[in-house]
Design a protein around this ligand. Structure first.
Ligand SMILES: [Zn+2]
Length: 229
């Protein structure tokens, strides 16, 4: 059933889907400081980006522009629509959630075998792998180059805050979260800046080594507590 010249495997297809709808582990490296953390699925990030207008932060009441990220919204609608129509074409019965619909489609594509498709000389598996990867790339472009991560265990040099209040989606208090937000360039995986969510200070290069030392000590301490427990 498999097309002899195609190098795409069913594993490649599922890897592309996983980058779309599963959380991904990223590594923050700065000198000898290393921290692994998890980022939400690309699809979830795209969904959440709709409510975050990435334009200037002026007085929203004075702006005629709607308070939504229209690039994120139009890409989300484009992907959701393409997936919905494909599901209908294939007469698949699944939930109405785009990631689950896409998984049902890919199962069906794999069941159909890696056979020549009508499109650009690609096989069916090649075409779907290319299609999902291009969605992932376009989502990353809409989200921008920067990834943020809250750094546990370190305090701001200006206001000395190490945590700030957190709020849930309804705006109700939801405990506390780290105050320092690390901005990471998604291409180079390098830290571009560290900002304090309490006082707004952007921490300078010469403060960073002290921060990583603080964060590492906090992590070693919490690990040793966990081991003793
Ligand atoms: Zn601060």
């Amino acid at each position: 059933m498999s097309h002899p010249e195609s190098l795409i495997t069913s594993r490649d297809l599922w890897d592309a889907v996983a980058a779309f709808d599963r959380p991904q582990t990223r590594t923050l490296r700065e000198g000898d400081y290393v921290e692994k953390f998890t980022v939400p699925p690309l699809w979830t990030q795209l969904y959440e980006a709709i409510d975050k207008n990435t334009g200037d932060q002026g007085n929203s009441k004075m702006q005629s522009r709607p308070p939504v990220n229209t690039n994120a919204m139009s890409l989300l609608i484009e992907i959701a629509t393409a997936v919905r129509y494909e599901k209908w074409d294939r007469k698949l019965k699944t939930s109405q959630e785009t990631p689950l619909e896409l998984r049902a489609i890919i199962s069906d594509v794999i069941r159909g075998g890696n056979v020549p498709s009508n499109t650009d000389g690609m096989t069916t598996w090649e075409w779907w792998e290319w299609c999902i990867r291009s969605w992932n790339t376009r989502i990353r472009t809409v989200l921008g180059q920067t990834l943020t991560h809250r750094l546990y265990g370190a305090a701001c040099r200006t206001c000395h805050a190490s945590t700030v209040p957190a709020f849930d989606e309804q705006g109700n208090p939801a405990g506390r979260q780290p105050a320092l937000i690390v901005h990471i360039d998604t291409d180079t995986e390098l830290v571009t800046s560290v900002a304090c969510d309490m006082c707004g200070t952007i921490l300078e290069d010469h403060h960073l080594q002290g921060l990583w030392d603080q964060a590492r000590r906090a992590k070693e301490w919490s690990t040793s507590i966990a081991e003793r427990a």
